[in-house]
Design a protein around this ligand. Structure first.
Ligand SMILES: [Zn+2]
Length: 230
């Protein structure tokens, strides 16, 4: 199974000895959910420096098949480790932006309101940091970058802005706490992930490419000069 470690971002193919998926029937009187079972999925990151544990548990229906209790459909699932489904942000994203993003992910289900509030602040922080634009309202800042981000990115921002409560409050004070659903908070989180890729990651790989070219040209020039001296 292909696995990307949520702690360190390491991609690998996980073998059986580094992963366990254990399910068992729960022997007890029936609840309103009927016959139930529990599944536990654990994965170990094979990157030696990380070696961290991924842990997810699920509550499922338990079905009788050929005289055995077997796993039925999933009723609910909880990711216990790491605490949130946040992506690992690259180190060239400013720390304040990373902090807001991680916290928004961590509390998404527990408090979508607080999550969306943090995500909006994160979005504002990114616009200010990346484009050097600062206005009193987030809406004005978003409008100001329309020309610079290109139609696709702007359409994504605008789409999120048009969703229910997020849309109604994108324009208001960034510190205002708004009522949102977990799904809406997730949309904002995904927008931030997309923008980090479009802005920071694209800029970083461009910088890396250019400095490689510069170094290569410098090396060639030095070679040439050495050749002349001989
Ligand atoms: Zn790892």
């Amino acid at each position: 199974m292909n696995y990307t470690c949520p702690y360190c971002g390491h991609h690998s193919t996980i073998v059986v000895s580094d992963m366990r998926d254990h399910w068992s029937h729960v022997y007890m009187n029936q609840t309103e959910k009927g016959e139930i079972g529990f599944g536990i999925l654990t994965i170990r990151c094979v990157n030696k420096e990380c070696n961290k544990l991924f842990l997810k548990v699920r509550l499922t229906k338990s079905l009788m098949r050929q005289g055995n209790h077997t796993e039925g459909y999933k009723i609910q699932e909880w990711q216990l480790l790491p605490e949130s489904s946040a992506k690992v942000l690259p180190e060239y994203v400013p720390k304040v932006i990373q902090d807001d993003y991680y916290e928004a992910c961590r509390i998404r289900d527990l408090s979508p309101k607080a999550s969306a509030t943090l995500a909006r602040r994160c979005l504002q922080g990114m616009i200010r940091d990346f484009f050097g634009i600062s206005k009193s309202k987030l809406k004005d800042e978003i409008d100001a970058i329309e020309e610079m981000v290109g139609p696709d990115t702007f359409a994504a921002i605008d789409a999120v802005r048009s969703v229910g409560n997020i849309g109604a409050h994108m324009e208001k004070d960034i510190d205002l706490i708004i009522d949102v659903e977990p799904g809406e908070a997730q949309l904002l989180i995904e927008l931030i992930e997309q923008l980090i890729e479009d802005w920071y990651t694209t800029r970083k790989s461009k910088q890396d490419r250019l400095s490689k070219i510069t170094e290569l040209a410098k090396a060639k020039k030095e070679q040439k000069q050495e050749g002349k001296q001989e």
